[in-house]
Structure formats: C-alpha cells, structure tokens
Design a protein around this ligand. Structure first.
Ligand SMILES: *Cc1c(COP(=O)(O)O)cnc(C)c1O
Length: 360
C-alpha cells in the first residue's frame, strides 16, 4: 500500500487507524449488511453512531453540560454569517483580526449591516503575530477570535478573557489541546483539518446564547433548530459524523487530548528547531511568541522563490505533499495536525537539513 506524507492544510491527513476501521466497516457496518452511508439517519444503527460521536466529544474535550454539540454543514465559512445572525443583539460586535479567516468573518458581519469593531489587528505585519493584550469591551454583543491562523502559522497561547461572550473559530486547531470552557461561549470548526472529512461543521455553543436569535432568521440558519432536534432536523452529514466518531475514538486511544497535545508539541519543536538552527537559511513567518503547533509557515532566506520551488519539488520526490505555502505568504507551509506522525515530520526535517547544507 502507498501512503503519502500529507502536509496539506485541509482537507488533510486522517489517522491511518481511522481510515482502516472505516474501510473494514465500509460494506457491512456492524453486521447490518449496510454501509453506514446507506443507513437512514432515523435508524437505531445511525443514532448510535451520532450519539456516540457526541458523547466521546463531550468526554474527551470536557464540554460542560450547558453547551450543545451541534453538527451543521456549509463549512466554517457559513458560520461567519450564521454567528452574527444568531448572536447579534443590535449592539457592537468586536473582532481581533489575525488573518484571512478573521477578515472573512468580519466581512460577513458587515454585510448584515451590523456595528463591527476591530479591536486588534496584525494586518500591518502580514499577520505574523497574535496581538498582545487584546481587550474586548464588556458590553459587546460578542467577541470573536480565530484561535489558529492556518495560513500564517500563528496561534493564541491563551484566549483573551472577556465579559462579552467569546466566539472562537478553531477550524485548524480543534481537539489539539484542552479548552478552558469558562473562557469560551462558542467554538466552531470545519471538520476537515483536525476532525474528519469535509462536509461537516462542528459547533459547540452555550445553550443560553441560542435564545438571542431574531424572528427573521430562517429555520436552518438557527442554532436552536439543531439543538432542539439533536442535529437531526434534516439529514445531517452522516458519514462525516461517523468519521468524526472514529477520530474521537483514535484520540482516546492516544491517551486523550493532553497526550495528543504533547505529541503535537514534540512535532512542532522538531520543525521549529530545524528552522531556528539553520543559520538563517529558513525563516519562520510567525514571530516566535505566536508560533502555531498546527501550521508551520516558513520561507527560504530572502524569500528565494527559486530555492523554495526546488525544495517543494524535492519533497514530492520523497512522497511529501501539500508543502506549498499560501500565496499571501509564499514559501512553504507544513500542516502538522493531530494525524501527522513524528516520523512524517522527521522526514521533512531531514530533507530541510540536507537541502540547506547543499544550497547555503
Ligand atoms: C479552513 C478554515 C476556514 C474555512 O473553512 P471551510 O470549512 O472551508 O469554510 C475557516 N477558518 C479557519 C481558521 C480555517 O482554517
């Protein structure tokens, strides 16, 4: 069997154990004679998968009782629009702008004609850090951050403390470290980076926030609809939820979120050490204090596009894929989500060291 080392930013690597289990059960799920994809979303067969995924999420991520776990579609991008529709009270909404994804969320709130304030931004320095000491007003309808900035490779080490409800886009770092839920009122993520295949959006939201929704918001765009029906108002993305459940089972087998976090820190250290010990051959995009454990964005000195292209080409010869950086930063980006192995990162580090020695 041939498996590439997948550094893609998303959709991205899924643990091999998860893919294998799905493969084994693909044609005949638990002796039912059906693929789980073919099962009614109202069947007992599927119901157990659905509720099992939620239960494991709650257990592993320590999600408190007064939060709902909801399954939606439309990606994280639909959340950019749904959040203001559901959480705005007509007052001000405050954002920290840490990159393309925050900017897109800001744009969707503005489209709705709402009073949008950007309280902190790192735009001036190509989003190379998380602004320090971000302060949101107590009386904001809600405060909004992007916990991990997939393109630039920056990540919050602590979420800002707010009186206003805090909304977190965790699309690229969900399930990679434990959450202090006393600081977070809503978290959401497209599943395709750290939790399963695309087509499923995870929303974890305090029950009490859901009554804010305005009369004019359509049924399918209300969190309360999903909450009232356990995300079964209409047909949910059943296969994605099944894969999410298998991914949760895999995290549990690794020893839980903390064990996964420790592994992530090891992987990130390997790569950042390779950058820092390259005598300036490699230059990380993020300032050190904001470095992401999930996406490592870097250039070759003087943003040498020719050498960067050469390194990417060499990487593909060693079966590594997805290393081309986002066009806004250029260079390379190694996405090292939960499913990336230490061995995969070591293979990249070896290549980087050889390449630096040959091209210095
Ligand atoms: C990928 C990503 C998104 C967009 O997700 P979609 O599911 O494609 O809409 C939003 N926010 C962050 C932080 C991301 O990494």
């Amino acid at each position: 069997m041939h498996r590439a080392i997948n550094f893609g930013a998303g959709p991205s690597a899924i643990p091999l154990d998860v893919l294998r289990e799905a493969q084994e059960q693909f044609l005949d799920f638990n002796g039912s004679g059906l693929s789980i994809m073919e099962a009614s979303h109202r069947s007992k067969l599927y119901e157990d998968v659905h509720n099992g995924a939620i239960a494991l999420m709650r257990e592993l991520y320590a999600i408190p009782e007064d939060y709902d776990v909801l399954f939606l579609q439309g990606g994280a991008s639909l959340q950019f629009a749904m959040i203001p529709m559901n959480l705005s009270l007509g007052g001000k909404i405050q954002f920290a702008d840490t990159g393309v994804w925050s900017s897109k969320a800001i744009k969707e709130a503005k489209i709705q004609g709402l009073n949008v304030e950007i309280v902190a931004s790192s735009k001036e320095s190509t989003y190379d850090h998380i602004p320090e000491n971000i302060v949101f007003d107590d009386d904001a309808d809600y405060a909004y951050i992007t916990s991990n900035n997939t393109i630039y490779g920056t990540q919050y080490k602590n979420y800002p403390s707010t009186k206003a409800p805090l909304v977190v886009d965790a699309s690229s770092d969900i399930f990679s470290y434990p959450i202090d839920w006393s600081k977070v009122d809503m978290m959401f993520a497209g599943a395709q980076k750290n939790a399963g295949p695309s087509g499923l959006t995870i929303v974890i939201i305090k029950k009490s926030l859901q009554s804010r929704v305005k009369e004019s918001v359509p049924t399918m765009l209300r969190y309360s609809t999903y909450s009232a029906e356990n995300s079964l108002y209409n047909t949910p993305p059943t296969f994605g939820i099944y894969m999410l459940g298998l991914t949760m089972k895999w995290i549990k087998k690794q020893g839980g979120i903390k064990a996964v976090q420790a592994n992530n820190e090891k992987k990130a250290k390997l790569l950042y050490d390779a950058i820092d010990n390259s005598n300036g051959f490699y230059v990380g995009h993020s300032q050190k204090s904001s470095r992401s454990m999930m996406n490592v964005s870097f250039n070759i000195k003087d943003k040498n596009a020719e050498l960067e292209g050469k390194l990417i080409k060499l990487s593909t010869q060693r079966d590594m894929i997805g290393l081309k950086g986002h066009r806004s930063v250029g260079g390379l980006r190694a996405s090292i989500y939960n499913a990336m192995s230490i061995e995969g990162v070591q293979a990249l580090v070896d290549l980087m060291q050889e390449f630096a020695n040959e091209n210095r």
